[in-house]
Write a protein that binds this ligand. Sequence first.
Ligand code: SAM
Length: 249
Amino acid sequence: MRFCVLTIFPEMFDAFAGHGIMRRAVESGKIRLEPVNIRDFAEGRHKVTDDRPYGGGSGMVMKPEPLAAAIQKAKSELSQAPVVLLNPQGRCFDQEMARQYAACSEMIFVCGRYEGLDERICEAYVDDEISIGDYVLTGGELPAMVVMDAVIRHIPGVLGAEDAAECDSFSAGRLEHAHYTRPAVFGKNQVPEVLLSGNHGAIEDWRRESALLRTVLRRPDLFDQKGLTEPEKKIVQKWCRRLEALASD
Ligand code: SAM
């Protein structure tokens, strides 16, 4: 998959591409990450990319000409790529959007700065606007990294275990189960006995119950999107029986 990122701070992406799973994906050729400096498309000696807003007020606005030239150049090389603007006013990013974008072979990101882009760029060139949450950052570079990081996890072969992204929180409408590693006893706390048993069926049951409990306690809103499965109903019925027994004591 090819990512082209239009930004006035291309060097911010060096650390991102140089570590962990992203570095391995780049080195293996599964991912190509090309940060492009919007300033290179600006006219004049000072390569200015921003200007004062019409109507007055504080802050600066990204000028349309360098952005248009940078997007046109990117599209001439990545003709299939959707142009995605990072924008706090966009659609709120989630795991399903990450999974859908992973099916694309290429993407172009536009990172805003200052008060954002001249609106005519959004109207003429942008296919999608993505927000990473209801707060405002100083630029679109971190949001672009967040989106790319979540997207690449769904590309086959990028993660060590092929099915890892499918087990992640949100993929099946639930939070993931709790995790433990060695030592078996840490302080006064022991790893749940079943995880040491080698009984794969029992471990699977425990993980399903752990995932369900965490979802109930932390993100009950997820049940609005996906109701209980049959195995989950059995777990909830078991909890109900236990609670009834407690209440009747
Ligand atoms: N004036 C804009 C507003 O109030 O909607 C905010 C502009 S922000 C300071 C500058 C840039 O950061 C935006 O153009 C966008 O690219 C990026 N940005 C900030 N917060 C973001 C968020 N939550 N999600 C995605 N991009 C964001």
